[in-house]
Each structure stands twice: as C-alpha cells, then as structure tokens.
Design a binder for this molecule. Structure first.
Ligand code: ZN
Length: 459
C-alpha cells in the first residue's frame, strides 16, 4: 500500500467551551434530493411522519427557488440567495466572462470568486465554527479563499446513505464540529426513471424512512439526542407529459443561436449578434409557451440578472410537465419524471421538518422558503448572517424556535475540552479510496479515527 500524497494537514487549538456564556448548539442538515412534499401523505412513511409530528412541520412544504433544479436550489438553501444573486442559474451553464461551462463537478475554476456569495459552512468557518459538508453541491470549492474543515473531495452516488449518517454522527461525537450538511441523491434518481406516481418510488421512500429511523436511534444512543436535525429537499418531482423540440420541429435554426443554451423545464438561448428579434419572433410560434426577453421575466422568478450566464430569450412552457429539448433529431425522451418548472406548483414543493433542542415541539407552520434555511442555521449556531443574504429571513418563523429559558438542560455529549486536533487526509492508491484520519490528543489520550470519505469516481 502506497500513500501517494497528503492533501492537507490542519492544526488548530480548540478553545475551552465552558467559557462560552451559553451552550453551543449543533446542527445536522440532510437534503434528500427530489423528495416531493406530497410523498409524505401519499405514502406510509412512519418515521418521517413521526419526526414531523413531534417537531416542526411545514404543512404545505418548503418552496424552492426558480428554476426548481438541484444545483441552483442547493446553493439557495446554503446561501439564502436567489439563483440570480448567487449565479447558479441551472445545473450546468456557460459563463461568458470566465469562458467556462460550470456544473456541479467544477473545482475552483474561479466561479466562486464573488465574496458576496457565502454558503452557511463558509459563514460558520469565518466565525470559528467548524463544519463538515458531505456531497453537498459546491462543498469541494473554495469560497472567497475559505473551505470548511471537512468536505467530500469528489461527488459520487456510490456511498450508501447509512454510511453518510455514520460519518456525520462520528464527526459530532469525536470532533468539535457544530454543523454537518449531508446530501443524498434519492428519491430523485428513482423519480426521474419511473415518475413520481410509480409504485417503485415507494420502495425507495421506505428505505429512506428506515435510514432516518437508524439516524434517530444513533442520535439518541451516541449523542443523547442533543442534536438539531433538519430534513429537507431541494424540489419536488412531476410527470413528464410532453416534449417540445424547437430545433427538430423547425421553430428555430440552431445556426441563429449560441451553442451554449439551457433546456429542460425552460429553454434559454442567446441569439447570435443582430438576430434577437428574429429568434424571438420564431419562438413565439411554439404553441402553449410564453416567451420572454431577459428583462421581461416576471420579478417573482428572480431570473434575469446574471447577464453573463443567461441568454437573452427564455421560453417557459405554459403547462406543467412540458419539456423543451435541445435535440436536433427525432429522439425518445426517456425520463418519466422531471422538475425545474414554476416554483409555486404543488408538485415542485420540497419537504421541511426539524427537531432538536433549538426547535419547539409539535409546531405547524404553513410553509417557508428555502432561502430561509440559511437564516435558521445562523440563528441556531449564533452566527452573524451574510448581509447580502437578503432573500430569506426568520421574521415569520419565530414560532419554530424554543426560547433559551425553555431549552433542555440535559447533559450534553458535546465535549468541553481543551485539545489539539490534527487532521490528515490521505489517499491510498491501491484501495482507490479517500480517507480522513483524525488524531485527537485529549488529556494525554490519543484517539485515532479514520473514516472513508469517498471513492474518487469521475462522473
Ligand atoms: Zn435535485
């Protein structure tokens, strides 16, 4: 076995937690991709529904930002900003200033150089709160030169949800980490393949329900239930009912627009020089769509600002379920389910549920916006929010928080020690795995923990 190189060596002194005036809270945020709000009442999911009923529940779910896609929404959840502010306008898009196609796997290509954009793990790190971010989109990137203490190096679907849960609980138990964010790709994958109404979705949902039961048992046993947990999703899932192919159906010539365009639940193009009016007049002939110039897109979508990342013309389907495809050939569209449509549609609503020492028990709210999550996390971790994160707030959410006076005083498992922690992250080339190894020196006792973080696979 050969250790090929050491990625990072971090050495820091952890200050005595007993000096803090009030107890430090810890927060685990779990994102279950594509978990539609309706699934909770359409299917028998005993643990998730018990979790909601005992803690905070949003009876009408959580509203995503537009477009209701994975990358834009995970960054909105993390930053408290709309896509037009944080700049992630689609799952993959072209930046005309950087001359670069940006997707979830880009690494430090300058796409996060805007210091106004600050995910919660960066806000925490800047304010000396340690965090671990597992598989959350963009977690492996530097923001304004800052990274969280622990982050996954590359994205993969290969790690089982329970292994991610084990890692999260181990971090809380053995390290002075106060924020863990964990992403899991289901039930989105099954939703795309079979559609949201397929009985096959239920198998996946039930497995996730069992995994949450495993998490709750582990939290009780290993952390004395002293953990705030938010379970949420990025968007819902709808049935694909029709496919429009503007190029194949001859509404538009591919030669009249730049090759980098956005497609799916919307169709966004940059006409070639001098052709904007012509392209617009062609696209309005497509039945059952609304065509907007960039500065005419209704304000509620918050989808017109980043000129260097959006084309000048956007086509919105008038009906949910309609997909706009970029294909120039006759092709079968093989996804039964999709998302990306209007963020006010019932099928696009995401889940939100929370419980733990900072949250009130048995509280119902009608709904919230996913840009509020950043501020909920700041409130729990006692962080000063980024002043540019103005899209969300907790003004209407005060009922969900327990006041300090009524907070539990049960003994905390959060170690209050003065210790030196050294983190080594190494790769072992024959195992094709990336491990994090922690050496915790505490009162003359050395604890060495090793976690498999991920398999570096290229997607
Ligand atoms: Zn998603």
């Amino acid at each position: 076995m050969l250790i090929v190189y050491v990625f990072q060596v971090v050495l820091f002194i952890y200050t005595d937690a007993t000096k803090q005036s009030s107890k430090k809270q810890r927060l685990l945020i779990i994102s279950l991709d594509g978990f539609r709000h309706d699934y909770l009442r359409e299917h028998y999911l005993p643990t998730l529904n018990r979790f909601r009923n005992e803690g905070v529940r949003a009876t009408h779910g959580m509203q995503p930002t537009y477009p209701t896609l994975t990358y834009p929404n995970h960054i909105s959840i993390a930053t408290g900003m709309y896509p037009e502010e944080h700049g992630i306008v689609h799952n993959s898009f072209y930046d005309r200033l950087l001359k670069l196609t940006i997707g979830m796997n880009n690494r430090d290509d300058g796409q996060w150089s805007d210091p106004k954009v600050e995910p919660i793990w960066i806000t925490a790190t800047k304010q000396k709160i340690k965090s671990a971010v597992l598989f959350w989109p963009a977690c492996h990137n530097e923001f304004d030169g800052v990274r969280p203490l622990i982050y996954s190096w590359l994205y993969t679907d290969d790690i089982p949800f329970r292994e991610k849960i084990d890692n999260a609980i181990n971090y809380f138990r053995e390290l002075p980490i106060q924020l863990v964010m964990l992403y899991h790709f289901e039930p989105d994958k099954q939703g795309h393949t079979y559609g949201p109404d397929s009985p096959k979705i239920y198998d996946t949902l039930l497995r996730l329900d069992f995994d949450i039961e495993y998490l709750l048992n582990k939290t009780k046993k290993e952390l004395n239930d002293d953990l705030n947990i938010i379970i949420l999703s990025d968007h819902g899932m709808g049935n694909v009912t029709g496919v429009i192919r503007p190029f194949f159906e001859k509404y538009l010539s591919p030669k009249s627009v730049e090759t980098n365009l956005l497609s799916g639940a919307l169709f966004n193009v940059m006409p070639k020089h001098g052709l904007t009016k012509k392209v617009y007049n062609k696209l309005i002939n497509i039945p059952n769509v609304t065509v907007y110039r960039r500065n005419e897109i209704p304000e509620r979508f918050h989808y017109s600002k980043p000129k260097h990342r959006l084309g000048e013309i956007t086509v919105f389907p008038n009906f949910e379920g309609q997909i706009l495809s970029r294909t120039t050939k006759k092709q079968i569209y093989n996804k039964k389910g999709n998302h990306g449509w209007d963020n006010t549609l019932a099928t696009m609503q995401a889940i939100f549920m929370a419980r733990g020492p900072s949250f009130n028990k048995n509280v119902s709210i009608h709904s919230l916006n996913n840009v509020d999550i950043y501020h909920i996390a700041c409130h729990i971790l006692k962080l000063n929010p980024n002043p540019h994160a103005t899209a969300g707030s907790i003004v209407d959410l005060t009922s969900i928080f327990r006041t300090i006076e009524t907070m539990t005083t049960s003994s905390s498992t959060f170690t209050s020690i003065s210790s030196t922690i050294t983190t080594f992250t190494t790769t072992m080339n024959n195992a094709n795995c990336l491990y994090s190894i922690y050496v915790l020196i505490e009162k003359n006792i050395i604890i060495i923990s090793s976690y498999r973080v991920l398999y570096p696979t290229v997607r």
